[in-house]
Design a protein around this ligand. Structure first.
Ligand code: AMP
Ligand code: MG
Length: 465
């Protein structure tokens, strides 16, 4: 289960200072013509002690980027490379974002406040350094839904509209602009290590390993830190891939620069939730080969982790790295069974039985094409509950194997919450995303967005009981 927010006092801890010279460049935020607060994360602002900021103070920090007390004096554009659709690109890095601040949450974790759309940096290449307002709204919806469904994800902390007119190929243009702040468990990516490997910067890689183990994993680096780190990354990224499946989520761009070494999901572009269990479903229109399709996400994330291992060869022998890497498929298999049992709200029964349940579910959902959210809603607790439009399907041949498999499972989720008596499950399919955006775009009506965030959080509450 992902960590829930716990109230805490503001505690600045800019640990990046120790390594920033070799890993980042100081930059300045763009001077935006407007700053209109559109979303402030009231679920998480208290977890990092920022709930007492007035809206004016909030805008000063997260729209104009006045430093937070005791924090980074200047934002840092992080340097990284990465494989994009399997092609190595050494020309990327924070091109429209930066690391703004670091602080502790109520759990004592070191979290980052990083931006998207805050202006150009040395890594902007041909880009304007901006984020569309629609892109920002979509990132709110993705992060809220994923958090509620139990995926370890960055949080959308703030969204401020900035009053510019942007040109984009994938949106009717000109389109409105925004700057987003994300709260995340680190911003060190697989691509951060790839860059150091490419440049042959072994000492810096050792320092970055130490930084990651100590500050992000809370571990003491031992005498084989590369193997130690790789093992942790393998565990967390396998859990991430598993949680995407149980959520029915397609990230869309699982490039190695979009994979956080803490295994936290982040950077939401062309994401979609899969309406039905369709392994070939892709989110990004430019992913013509289906490289990052729903059913290929585990493979894709594993591929990125292999690239991390390759990079770590700069500082370690293959023998130190191999055991961790070999563990990945096993971790994934266990985690995906656990994640599916978790969403069904049933107690796991051991590897073999859980795998059989998973396979029965996979074939029932593929054959019937019943909605993913509908299915998990109806079967929550391991037995079919309320009258559902899918009842006829559940009684039929498609579900025979699943009915037999689930019969041996014991429910372990509470169904006390009102949510479970709703006629429809809470979903986040593309038509609704577009409808929420249209209300903003056409009538500047933010009601549907805020109502949806409330509905998602209510579902999250029901899921956690
Ligand atoms: P992404 O696909 O969002 O992970 O971005 C890949 C790379 O392109 C990163 O280096 C981004 O910083 C950069 N990038 C994406 N959009 C823009 C933009 N509008 N302006 C500048 N850089 C961008
Ligand atoms: Mg990215």
């Amino acid at each position: 289960m992902p960590i829930a927010p716990q109230a805490a006092a503001y505690r600045a801890d800019p640990k990046i200072e120790t390594i920033r010279d070799r890993l980042s460049d100081p930059v300045a935020a763009a001077d935006f013509p407007q700053a209109i607060l559109r979303f402030r994360n009231r679920r998480w602002d208290g977890a990092v002690g920022l709930d007492s900021l007035s809206d004016e103070q909030w805008i000063a920090h997260f729209g104009r980027f006045e430093p937070l007390p005791g924090n980074l004096p200047q934002p840092l554009a992080l340097r990284y490379h990465g494989h994009q659709f399997r092609h190595y690109n050494p020309d990327i890095g924070d091109g429209r974002g930066f690391l703004f601040a670091q602080l502790r949450d109520g759990e004592g974790r070191l979290l980052d406040l990083g931006t998207k759309g805050s202006g150009q940096t040395p890594y902007s290449r041909f880009g304007d350094g901006r984020l569309t307002l629609k892109g920002g709204v979509r990132e709110i919806l993705a992060t809220e839904m994923l958090e509620a469904l139990g995926v370890e994800t960055s949080k959308t902390f703030s969204l401020i509209e900035t009053g510019e007119a942007l040109q984009r190929n994938d949106e009717p243009s000109p389109t409105r602009s925004s700057v987003l702040v994300r709260l995340s468990h680190g911003h060190i990516r697989i691509g951060s290590f790839q860059r150091l490997a490419t440049l042959g910067e072994a000492d810096t890689m050792r320092d970055l390993m130490g930084y990651t183990l100590t500050n992000l994993y809370g571990e003491t680096p031992g005498n084989a830190p590369a193997g130690q780190l790789l093992d942790l990354v393998c565990r967390r990224t396998a859990a991430l891939a598993a949680s995407y499946m149980a959520a029915g989520f397609v990230h869309g761009v699982l490039n190695s620069d979009n994979i956080n070494v803490t295994g936290e999901s982040f950077d939401y572009g062309p994401w979609r939730f899969n309406p039905t269990w369709n392994p070939g479903f892709t989110a990004a229109y430019f992913d013509q080969q289906g490289l990052y399709a729903f059913g290929r996400q585990a493979q894709a994330i594993h591929w990125d982790v292999v690239e991390l291992a390759r990079s770590l060869r700069t500082v370690a022998e293959a023998e130190e790295l191999a055991p961790a890497l070999d563990g990945w498929p096993g971790h994934y298999e266990r985690d995906v069974a656990a994640a599916i049992c978790g969403r069904l709200g049933v107690a796991p029964r051991g590897e073999e039985a859980d795998l059989a349940l998973l396979q029965a579910m996979d074939s029932a959902l593929q054959r019937s094409q019943v909605g993913i959210d509908r299915f998990f809603f109806d079967w929550r607790g391991g037995a079919r509950r309320a009258a559902s439009p899918a009842d006829a399907l559940y009684d039929g041949e498609d579900f025979a194997g699943f009915r037999a498999a689930i019969a041996d499972y014991r429910g372990q989720a509470s169904l006390d919450h009102d949510y479970w008596r709703d006629p429809e499950p809470c979903s986040m399919l593309i038509d609704e995303v577009e409808a929420i955006w249209s209300a903003i775009d056409e009538h500047d009506d933010w009601g549907p967005l805020h109502a949806k965030v409330d509905a998602i959080r209510r579902m999250g509450e029901a899921m956690r009981l």
